[in-house]
Write a protein that binds this ligand. Sequence first.
Ligand code: NAD
Length: 440
Amino acid sequence: MNHPAPEQPADIVARLRATFRTGRTQPVAWRTSQLLRLRDLLTENAAELAAALHADLGKSDAEARRTEIDFVVREIDHTLDHLADWLRPQPAPVPARLGTDARAWTRFDPLGVVLVIAPWNYPVQLLLAPVVGALASGDAVVVKPSELAPATSATLARLLPAYLDTDAFAVVEGAVPETTALLAERFDHIFYTGNGAVGRIVLRAAAEHLTPVALELGGKSPAFIDRDVDLDVVAERLARGKFLNAGQTCVAPDYVLTDPETAAALEPALVQAVEELFGADPKASGAFGRIVNERHFDRLSGLLDSGRVVVGGDTDRAVKYIAPTVLADVDPASPVMAEEIFGPILPIVTVPGLDAAIDFINDRDKPLALYVFAESEATRERIGAETSSGGLGHGLPLAHLTVSDLPFGGVGESGMGSYHGRYSIETFSHRKAVLHKPLS
Ligand code: NAD
């Protein structure tokens, strides 16, 4: 059977731009209807999406729903609840020299046709959470799911056009050639989530068209642990945050930074926390995921001898399994500390105390997240004031990302721009200044 040739990027963008020019995506009613359709897609096909996520990443059904499907549903609900309020024009004071009858305000305009490029690790959430913001802003949207989560990519490519307005929404599947072809087109915004090397490619391509870009990147997010904290609580929260999705989470605690005595006491607490979460044999636990592919499996396996194994360490390439692993006595110059780990390996690095910890963090790239486990408010404040990171979590990893009223994004090497809730509207809209002076 002959399949029709796939629509070329230039034609897709032209078609969506033509729709945008008609004004069809502008009314709040259109935006709301699209968000409700996206919500229907997620709720009506949750089982199928969860199965695709299991096929790609070994995610349990509960994890797939909580961190991907329900996450986006909550983002939609939050947006629907507040959109009218967020879009309301904001008055600005007018200087007296313009006269008492002059008024000024800002209004959010949609940008036009935007491109969302997503990675494989949360392939539903990281594709669709930006889409929520783009649709809510009244933009037409092209999405490019990650080829490294092929089951999820195929499922979304089939479902999205069945639910959304295809005159204003398109899915392009594919890898480097397809993405390169898309990036040659002129978009009004590019929202990229992934690694910094590709982030630079995206930024260069965007520069050709002066297209604004959000880059949601990664990096090594430290977890600083102060003396005299309850290490059982810390270990449980650290293990939960680190080993979710087999450590393939952009805001996962990458490494622990603490003093030698606390490190020694933390080791048994982490052993216990891993066992409580995944049992004596994590490989048999349905709650523990798998590494996305052999390339990442091999990369991660090569990091396992960067320290003394406290727990875990075993691997099985045939099923891309790497045990939840804690490494102690890790030299900051070792391979595990040279790159973002993005897998279930938690190194413990020791420093003499708080000053050295702050220096350690500031000597490296600005992380996407920084976690501080400290009872002392002064310590938390010092770290907040003296370091720079995309987000800051006191006492609980990952959770800041789930607060829709907080901007989510990086700084420096961990990215630029932010989203979620009202911050998505700021990202996917132009804040236009309006000055009004009556003619008579
Ligand atoms: P990936 O390999 O799926 O790549 C991301 C996207 O870039 C894909 O859609 C892919 O097709 C595209 N791409 C790859 N090479 C390209 C090229 N040469 N030209 C154009 N496009 C190309 O995912 P990844 O980059 O391995 O994702 C992991 C990284 O993403 C980690 O660094 C992680 O920390 C980061 N991340 C960040 C966030 C965040 O929200 N800040 C979330 C998840 C992941």
